[in-house]
Design a protein around this ligand. Structure first.
Ligand SMILES: [Zn+2]
Ligand SMILES: [Zn+2]
Length: 177
């Protein structure tokens, strides 16, 4: 017995072998959008309806594209988040703080750990991350040794003008010594 030929719900070609998990219609390969690795890559939690391996173009445009652009906008802000480590002893001009720290685990390297922490801070609307700690733990995995990176930090709103002034003062102080 052969499978009945399904018509693509978008272009009507008789090649609708891909079912869209969101609308349950069938589509051909050309009329679905396959998930790429960079989709929501640094987001801390991705809703289930956004993480399917493929969806039809209409569902993509209606449900996923707006969330992807929101994600990309947040990621751009995350890259601007000011990171202050727990070792920093200077004055930090904090105007507002989150109630709970953000945490990430199992990252590949330091940059990824910091970007994932910063993403959460940006997602909560903060421009800084204070008391930031990033640690690497060596783990053995079938004879290979690799590092697993973990991090935590407290999202905070920093007064950027004051921060710049403090930096300038520090520069002056340093150059005067
Ligand atoms: Zn099609
Ligand atoms: Zn669909």
């Amino acid at each position: 017995m052969t499978e009945p030929t399904l018509e693509c719900a978008a272009c009507r070609r008789p090649k609708g072998q891909h079912e869209c998990p969101l609308c349950q219609d069938h589509f051909c390969r050309n009329c679905v959008r396959f998930r790429v690795d960079s989709d929501f890559e640094f987001a801390h939690a991705v809703q289930e309806n956004l993480s399917h391996s493929k969806v039809c173009m209409r569902c993509f445009d209606e449900q996923i594209a707006p969330e992807l652009s929101r994600y990309e906008e947040t990621l751009e802000r995350a890259k601007q988040v000011i990171i202050i480590t727990s070792a920093y002893r200077g004055h930090t001009p904090v105007t507002k703080k989150a109630l709970t720290p953000v945490v990430v685990e199992n990252c590949h390297d330091r940059d990824e750990t910091i970007l994932r922490l910063a993403y959460q801070a940006a997602d909560q609307g903060f421009n800084g991350l204070i008391q930031t700690e990033v640690t690497a733990k060596k783990i053995r995995n079938h004879g290979h040794q690799k590092s697993e990176w973990n991090g935590r930090g407290l999202p905070a709103q920093l007064d950027e003008n004051k921060l710049r002034l403090d930096e300038m003062r520090e520069e002056v102080w340093r150059s005067g010594n």
